[in-house]
Design a protein around this ligand. Structure first.
Ligand code: NAP
Ligand code: ZN
Length: 408
């Protein structure tokens, strides 16, 4: 995921193309068999489930919203969803968040997607049907899908619960080679999804569904580094950029009773940062304020969506502390080696979180009533929403009401 693909990404692509050809062949027979598979005989759990559409376990065509070209914008289209395999769950998509990664992908910031491209990886839906071997879900349950829908399951990283770092190539929720049906994966800006239960997260029935959807990317992406670097009570954490990821970082760090400072480029967000749980928010263009925090932070989480000079922020790290860059995924503007050496400082990256950890953040937030601040929109408002995200004009996550899309 960089502006242009690195050598190792190209090597991984080549490896994966070969693997995909094998998998497409392997998938053909089970797919034919899946078409006649029976749904697990479980009664609907709720009235809502009883009103769900009749389960159709064959491959289907569903309505979606996606880009058909670099300048098409997001528009209605139809896509295929595979037949339901024994371990698959059919989700009726209810809500889908808009992550800046959707925008990077559609705009070609990471090298250009395969069109048509249907984004969306902050998905909450209702289970419409389950394959015969599914144990985690029953019809009528709520399920969430984040940034991944498959991985090899056998490599060292998958075995360690780090499916996002699968050594054989994670299958991301959209614009990724589909191990099962071939072609590319399509995301949550769609009516329905068919996903292996291993990659579907249990969503508590009493959850605020729209405000929970962003936890599946923005939440886990900021929670995971706090877990890995063991951010604890009283520690000082800096959050750079107050958008979708940034506002979740503030809420999650405040819940750990860490002392949170936000660095923003938007004067209008300073009061918000404090409302969200930060002790202080400063304009990163204010060099006097920046100097006050020299050698101050135990951890920094940077969510800026494009390259930015990192030195002003690494200067704020204590000895041995780490700036975790989760935002800019292209070429970085690294600080001087000397400054990093003197402070034995680190810059790290972090990619979403594993499936077990994603379930953990959902449960953690449910127990503490932590949710995203959302602005709910209809699918026909996605293009305008993209413009507003790019202009830093969203407080703090757009979430598409996919049912409103069907009504319209
Ligand atoms: P977002 O909602 O647009 O928030 C980003 C925030 O960064 C903006 O609101 C703005 O906050 C600040 N910002 C924007 N442009 C800036 C610039 N040129 N210089 C300095 N600050 C700027 O985006 P998001 O959805 O949170 O995603 C942030 C980034 O994380 C994206 O690049 C996305 O692709 C990436 N991402 C990575 C992962 C991962 O696993 N590593 C997962 C999800 C997303 P202020 O107004 O406060 O300055
Ligand atoms: Zn995302």
């Amino acid at each position: 995921m960089s502006e242009s693909k690195t050598e190792s990404e190209q090597a991984s692509d080549q490896h994966f193309t070969t693997r995909r050809q094998v998998l497409i062949g392997l998938a053909a027979a089970p797919l034919a068999a899946c078409a006649s598979i029976n749904a697990q005989a479980v009664p609907p759990r709720s009235a809502a489930a009883a009103t769900g559409a009749a389960a159709d376990l064959r491959a289907t065509t569903v309505r979606a919203y996606g880009a058909t070209g670099a300048s098409s914008g997001i528009a209605p289209l139809t896509i295929n969803r595979r037949a339901v395999g024994p371990h698959d769950v059919v989700l009726e998509v209810l809500y889908c968040g808009i992550c800046h990664s959707d925008i990077h992908t559609v705009h070609g910031d990471w090298g250009g997607p395969t069109f048509p491209c249907v984004p969306g990886h902050e998905i909450v839906g209702r289970v419409l049907a389950v394959g015969s071997a599914v144990t985690k879900f029953r019809v009528g349950d709520y399920g969430g899908v984040g940034c991944m829908v498959d991985s090899c399951g056998t490599c060292e990283n998958c075995q360690a619960g780090r499916e996002q770092n699968c050594l054989n190539g994670t299958t991301f929720t959209y614009d990724s080679d589909d191990r099962v049906s071939g072609g590319k994966t399509f995301g949550g800006y769609s009516e329905r999804m068919v996903v292996s239960e291993r990659f579907v997260i249990n969503i508590p029935p009493d959850a605020d569904l729209a405000a929970t959807a962003p936890l599946l990317c923005a939440g886990i992406t900021t929670f995971s580094p706090m877990q890995h670097w063991r951010l604890g009570a009283g520690q000082k954490v800096g959050v750079v950029g107050l958008g979708g990821l940034g506002h979740m970082a503030v809420k999650l760090a405040a819940a750990r009773r860490a002392e949170v400072t936000v660095f923003t480029t938007s004067p209008g967000k300073i009061a918000d940062a404090q409302r969200l749980g930060a002790r202080e928010a400063v304009l990163s263009t204010d060099s006097t304020a920046m100097r006050r925090f020299a050698n101050y932070f135990d951890l920094m989480i940077a969510t800026v969506p494009q390259a930015y000079p990192m030195q002003p922020f690494t200067d704020l790290l204590k000895l041995d502390a780490t700036l975790v860059n989760v935002g800019a995924l292209g070429q970085l503007e690294a600080p001087s080696g000397m400054s990093m050496a003197f402070g034995r400082k680190s810059i790290a990256g972090s990619m979403i979180g594993g499936i077990a950890e994603t379930q953990e953040v959902i449960d953690y937030c449910s127990a503490r009533n932590i949710k995203a601040d959302v602005e709910i929109i209809r699918p026909d408002e996605i293009n305008r929403a993209y413009e507003r995200v790019v202009n830093k004009d969203i407080r703090y996550r757009f979430v598409i009401d996919m049912v409103a899309g069907r009504a319209g």
